[in-house]
Design a protein around this ligand. Sequence first.
Ligand code: ZN
Length: 89
Amino acid sequence: MTETTEKPTPDLSAFFRLSRPKKKPCALGFGRSQLKPVEREQLDAACDTDNGIITASAIVEWLGQRGQTANTNNVVSHRKRMCSCYDES
Ligand SMILES: [Zn+2]
């Protein structure tokens, strides 16, 4: 038989996880880390509030007032937990 049977690829996911450098938090996560603990709680609560009630741009402006820069895209993906802050590490 000359037929080459495809060898199953070993599962390397554990190695990938260990090899992956720790990602930096997104702009929102970084801004969040610079805030006072009280403000951090406010921000988390705001992010968990429906975006029909607290808009992404409101969060951007709120952060801006505290000297932190993020854009609405950062807020949207952070709220969906689709940013680097929520990458499994
Ligand atoms: Zn984030």
